[in-house]
Design a protein. Structure first.
Length: 319
């Protein structure tokens, strides 16, 4: 086997996270100038590779690794790595190089080389996906009421959708959207926000999986935004007691819905914020989306004002 073919086999083994196969090609005393310092010895080098492959696995779904090998001189090679990191609907591509020296048919030294800008971009991506905002979808929901919020925050956080059984649901428009999880399997870690659109959530009343998850997520520190009929689920979960809120129901539903509003103070306003609870009437979906992004700290005051003017058609630019 030529030295270049041996290095190629080494790179392929690392692509596949097959560290036993990769170890066959490492010299016992191999030196690795890694991102975390100098390591010496086959076991230490393989341990570093395994640790790197296992890091962030709690926030990513999968990583697809690809490599290519270029000869740089006698027994000297460069491996170019391209890693595509998948987290929900978000994908990031990270690139780096490792320079290899071969001696006696084995990899004798490895030097990790960062490509300008790649590491900061990767860390920014990990920061982004470590925070989740969960959108609750259900049959007949009016998803557009929360989609501006999703548009504004999607650059900064991971968006996931949950439905009653994790199944695709048909919206009020007749379109179908998928879901990432069921109410029972809804994410609990790193959830910074929840969005609940209006529609007809009546079928969710009595769904203890939903109300329990919503209550526990709020108690863990998440901000919750509900618009139009969405506050009904907040009442079902007991989150409105002692709070000010609004909703989009007409007066003809007052008696029927009174039990859900028990202990809460209804305010006839387009949008009402009380602590980490944000509720709105349907005509305020633009202000609702901007305020929710602002509540999460993802828009400053000036950016929020510009976004509000832009999406209301009062300005030609958000910048």
């Amino acid at each position: 086997m030529s030295a270049q073919e041996m290095v190629r086999q080494f790179a392929i083994a690392l692509d596949n996270n097959d560290f036993e196969a990769a170890g066959v090609h490492l010299a016992q005393g191999c030196r690795y100038d890694s991102p975390r310092g100098v390591l010496v010895g086959r076991d230490a080098v393989l341990g570093s590779y395994a640790a790197a492959a296992g890091s962030k696995r709690d926030v990513v779904d999968r990583v697809v690794n690809r490599s290519n090998v270029v000869e740089r001189g006698e027994n000297r090679f460069a491996i170019g790595y391209t890693d595509r990191v998948h987290a929900g609907r978000l994908v990031h591509t990270y690139r780096c190089e490792q320079h290899i020296v071969v001696c006696d048919g084995q990899v004798n030294s490895v030097t990790h080389v960062e490509i300008d800008g790649e590491r900061p971009a990767l860390e920014a991506f990990f920061s982004r996906i470590s925070k989740r905002v969960v959108v609750v979808v259900y049959p007949g929901c009016v998803l557009y009421e929360v989609m501006l919020a999703v548009e504004l925050i999607g650059e900064h956080v991971r968006i996931e959708m949950i439905s009653p059984e994790g199944e695709p649901v048909t919206l009020a428009t007749g379109f179908t959207v998928g879901a990432d999880a069921s109410f029972a399997g809804a994410p609990r870690a790193n959830v910074v926000g929840v969005l609940i659109p209006g529609g007809d959530p009546g079928d969710l009343i009595g769904n203890t999986k939903m109300s329990t998850w919503l209550r526990q997520t709020y108690e863990a520190g998440a901000s919750v935004g509900a618009i139009c009929a969405g506050p009904l689920l907040l009442g079902e979960a007991g989150l409105l007691r002692g709070r000010k809120f609004t909703h989009g129901y007409g007066s003809m539903y007052a008696d029927k819905l009174a039990p859900f509003w028990a202990g809460a103070q209804y305010v006839d306003a387009a949008i009402v914020q009380d602590g980490r609870l944000l509720t709105a009437q349907p005509q305020a979906h633009v202000a609702f989306g901007v305020r929710f992004a602002e509540r999460l700290g993802l828009l400053d005051t000036n950016s929020a004002a510009r976004a509000l003017a832009f999406y209301r058609g009062e300005s030609k630019s958000r910048r």
